[in-house]
Design a protein around this ligand. Structure first.
Ligand code: PEP
Ligand code: MN
Length: 338
């Protein structure tokens, strides 16, 4: 941490900063320049309360040198982390595609969807039983019954299941149905109590990016999960809010190389909630694979026109097959497999 003093600073101000740092167990290096005095903190930066330092008289600016996240940081673990989900490796050479409907509707719909997921060659299945809907008057998800339908459909094809957890009160049911990957949706990325609970579980977690979250906030949200002991975290970029109204969200492809540099954890892309239209999904998915994503989360419905949720953005089973075929060449070109 570097503390830059303002041009009206006095010796007493400088001493107050030094004493405060000492109180946290840190040493200091005072460098008096012609215009400014700069104090370098020596020791464990995590002990410092930046706001408390900033509030001291004579302090102009406090600059962090170390990253505030630790366990999720690339500097903590140099190699890419590969997460094992019932034998499926996410984060390695193989790019994993998770397909399935936005929401679990009926047993027949889930059976049909599972068939389509396997036919396309996807390795895992998605589907929300608890849905975070903008309007309280729309379908809120099939709930625990939905988990039951999902499990039954996926088990027929030995597909691991990915589903969204919205509330700590749903955790028992998630454990009962042995949900393979817990999804934390964009609206809950900074629900810190939920993140702490998920951090105590031994289940991989897909952490979607908050729709207006910075990458640093997203990494810190992941750190909440990791700090509890659960290090199996998968980042999922799903588009951010922008000024543009043509599409639902703006897919931040830049986040892929940035995350790859900052964290050792896998990064996947959800092209469906980004574009918001089925016809945009292939182009966004191809861009994601080319940019180095470890996987994709794609909405597919056996009959998109009849979908109870996100009908506009769902691929039909044939479109998912075609998408997978078009992605394989791109994966190969960058030395990966799909
Ligand atoms: C979803 O995956 O169905 C979903 C609700 O996504 P998001 O949280 O990204 O909106
Ligand atoms: Mn959806």
């Amino acid at each position: 941490m570097i503390v830059i003093m303002n041009n009206e600073t006095t010796d007493a101000h400088i001493d107050a900063v030094v004493q405060r740092l000492k109180g946290w167990g840190l040493g200091s290096n005072v460098s008096r320049g012609v215009e400014r005095t700069v104090i370098g903190a020596i020791g464990d930066e995590s002990k410092i309360d930046k706001e408390l330092l900033q509030a001291l008289p004579g302090v102009e600016q406090v600059i962090r040198v170390m990253k505030p996240y630790k366990i999720v940081a690339r500097s903590y673990h140099q190699e890419d982390t590969v997460i094992d989900i019932k034998g499926i490796k996410l984060g390695g050479k193989q790019i994993q595609v998770i397909g399935g409907p936005c929401s679990v509707e009926t047993q027949a719909q889930m059976d049909e969807a599972a068939k389509g997921v396997v036919a396309a060659g996807c390795s895992m299945m998605r589907g929300g039983a608890f849905k975070p809907r903008t309007s309280p008057y729309t379908f809120q998800g099939a709930g625990v019954e939905g988990l039951d339908m999902f499990r039954k459909a996926a088990d027929k094809y030995k597909l691991p299941i990915v589903t969204e957890l919205m509330d700590v009160r749903q955790i028992d049911a998630f454990l009962q149905y042995d949900v393979d990957v817990i999804q934390i949706g964009t609206r809950n990325m900074q629900n810190f109590d939920l993140l702490k609970e998920v951090g105590r579980l031994h289940k991989p977690v897909i952490l979607k990016r908050g729709m207006a979250a910075t990458i640093s906030e997203w990494l810190m949200a992941a750190e909440y999960i990791a700090a509890g002991g659960n290090h199996d975290i998968i980042f999922c970029e799903r588009g951010v809010r922008s000024f543009e109204t043509y599409y639902r969200n703006m897919l931040d492809v830049t986040a892929i190389p940035v995350l790859k540099k900052e964290t050792h954890l896998p990064v996947i892309i959800d092209p469906s909630h980004a574009g918001g239209k089925a016809w945009m999904v292939p182009a966004l998915a191809r861009a994601a694979v080319a940019a180095g994503a470890d996987g994709l989360l794609v909405e597919m419905h056996p009959n998109p026109c009849e979908a109870w949720c996100d009908a506009d953005q769902a691929l039909n089973p044939q479109e998912l097959i075609d998408l997978m075929a078009s992605l394989r060449g791109i994966a190969q070109a960058i030395g990966r497999e799909l």
